[in-house]
Design a protein around this ligand. Structure first.
Ligand SMILES: [Ca+2]
Length: 196
């Protein structure tokens, strides 16, 4: 029990004999107390918007019952939709292009265009792992309403670029052959109509 007062008294005597050392010690104590009051720096969280894809009801009876994702609020977002047609079922095809999509599972998207713009629907980017086919229509299950289609814009993946006027459109991401299916990414951008 006497060790602590003895140590304290020795410290006081030492500081009295060596005032410079005492001042240095006090400075270190104040500096350490200052550091202890500082909050650790943390990197601010980057606000990256996450799109939500809520199945919606189409404007026509034939499309109404098909689950689909709404791309309307997704245009020009700095994020990419990640999909996988192997998790879906086969509902669409496009026999105007051979037997594109026949037997292959597909994903359906809907987008409402409010003002005329040049749209890009792109799967390009990652190395293709399967052969896709893409169709943009005004009626989801009527290939006669195709606005634009594409097979191999980037490798075996697809991209559609076209000017769209106001209206509702359906985008189908499909496999070219019956065994073509798998993961993909979809990015949608819109801007001024390019000069021909
Ligand atoms: Ca299909």
């Amino acid at each position: 029990m006497r060790n602590r007062p003895d140590t304290r008294d020795a410290l006081i005597r030492s500081i009295t004999r060596h005032p410079a050392a005492g001042a240095l010690l006090m400075g270190m104590v104040v500096f350490l107390a200052f550091l202890g009051c500082q909050k650790p720096y943390t990197t601010p969280a980057l606000a990256v918007p996450t799109p939500t894809f809520t199945p919606v009801t189409g404007p026509t009876a034939n499309c109404a019952e098909v689950p689909k994702h709404d791309l309307t609020g997704y245009v020009n977002r700095p994020v990419t939709y990640i999909g996988d047609t192997s998790l879906s079922t086969d509902r669409f095809s496009d026999t105007t292009f051979g037997s594109a999509g026949v037997g292959a599972p597909d994903d359906l998207f809907i987008i409402t265009v409010f003002s005329t713009a040049y749209y890009t629907f792109s799967m390009c980017g990652p190395t293709p792992t399967w052969d896709s086919y893409m169709a943009l229509r005004t009626h989801c299950d009527d290939q006669a309403t195709d606005v634009s289609t594409n097979d191999d814009a980037c490798g075996t993946f697809s991209m559609i670029q076209t000017t769209l006027t106001p209206g509702v459109y359906y985008l189908i991401v499909d496999g070219l052959g019956s065994s073509d299916m798998g993961a993909y990414q979809l990015k949608v951008t819109a801007g001024p109509t390019p000069v021909p």
